[in-house]
Design a protein. Structure first.
Length: 367
């Protein structure tokens, strides 16, 4: 008989770390091409339209960067938890809480000073998102409740809570019935690059990526996070306070995702409206794993994912494909990346074994 044998890799050559993620994305795109063919669209033409729509104009490039900002922040918010094997999939809800807190800061604590308002909105969004994330962390640390389930459920609560304010007490009476909050004053808006929709949240996202990279690679706390993620038992023997670190990483992860909501509201939209997130919290999961949980690579992967998102809009317009087809493509890429982690962590080989005979013993043992 022939079976698969999985042996943990003690060392990954550099080419493995590059080849496996690239191959997984190519495989996901290949399966996506089969999906396009099934829908009656030439896959090469479809991917060509994606590239032309995203990279064929300065407007497309600007939109890619605009979408990369929240993707970077939600991915970083999840990444810091994944490094510790805390499966936080709640960035979407944490983003929404950050947006709600941003609007609340403007509505109830407005000061006609751009710098003061920036600090107020920044702090409010980070604290709200952090506490929302830490709620799941507390349940995990205190009663070992699965954070996968709690963060997923908290997403629905966060999304619906934001819609409650949009349709309810914060709805703009001058919006002609549309679900919007009032426009922000100029002092509560982030600086925007002229002629684009790229806002100052770009600098926040890049700064967070650099700080996380340094913290995870150079600090004692980063070492504790890595050790806990790779071997929780060894971390306990080493005296690392795992419960405290769970609370800390879920708070920091939620705070970073909350800043994505701050950027979207104060930088891009200038008010809160229904569907403002566009699922960035979920797509950020894919970005984090494509970046192989390395903060410094997250902005680059977010840019590439932005190409897919902006180009996907072109597919809907030019080729008449439904939005669901793009979402399926994202899911295929995520599945491919996660499956490829098996090849990254384990050396897989085929081994021949003796067939079993009566009593569950191999022929060799029976003899």
């Amino acid at each position: 008989m022939i079976r698969l044998k999985f042996e943990p890799r003690l060392y990954n050559p550099p080419w493995i770390n590059v080849l496996i993620p690239v191959a997984s994305v190519v495989f996901g795109l290949f399966i996506g091409g089969l999906l396009f063919a099934f829908l009656g669209v030439n896959p090469l033409e479809a991917y060509g339209e994606v590239l032309r729509g995203a990279l064929g104009s300065s407007y497309g490039l600007g939109e890619i960067v605009t979408k990369a900002i929240p993707l970077t922040l939600t991915a970083l918010g999840g990444l810091i938890c994944y490094k510790m094997l805390i499966w936080n999939i709640g960035a979407e809800g944490q983003l929404c809480l950050g947006a709600v807190a941003t609007v609340a800061a403007v509505r109830y604590f407005f000061v006609d000073n751009a710098f003061v308002m920036f600090l107020l909105m920044f702090a409010a969004a980070a604290i709200a998102g952090g506490l929302w994330g830490m709620l799941a962390g507390f349940l995990r640390a205190r009663w070992n409740v699965s954070e996968t389930i709690t963060t997923l459920m908290l997403n629905y609560i966060g999304i619906n809570l934001s819609e409650y304010f949009i349709y309810g007490p914060w709805k703009d009476p001058m919006s002609m019935g549309f679900p919007f909050t009032p426009n922000f004053p100029d002092a509560a808006r982030l600086w925007v690059f002229e002629g684009t929709r790229i806002h100052a949240g770009l600098f926040i996202a890049l700064a967070v990526a650099v700080v996380l990279q340094i913290a995870l690679k150079r600090s004692k706390w980063g070492y504790e996070i890595t050790v806990t993620g790779e071997n929780p038992r060894a971390a306990r023997y080493a005296g690392i306070n795992i419960a405290a670190n769970i609370l800390l990483v879920t708070f920091i992860g939620g705070a970073i995702a909350g800043l994505a909501g701050f950027g979207e509201i104060a930088g891009l939209h200038g008010r809160m409206s229904r569907g403002f997130s566009m699922g960035y919290g979920y797509t950020g999961i894919l970005v984090a794993w494509l970046a192989r949980l390395s903060p410094i690579y997250v902005p680059l992967v977010s840019f590439l994912m932005g190409v897919l998102l902006v180009g996907g809009d072109t597919l809907q317009v030019v080729m008449g494909l439904p939005l669901a087809s793009l979402q399926i493509l994202q899911g295929l890429i995520l599945f491919s990346v996660l499956a490829a982690e098996t090849f990254s962590r384990f050396k897989i080989s085929f081994v021949r074994t003796e067939p079993l005979v009566s009593g569950g013993k191999s022929a060799e043992e029976e003899a």
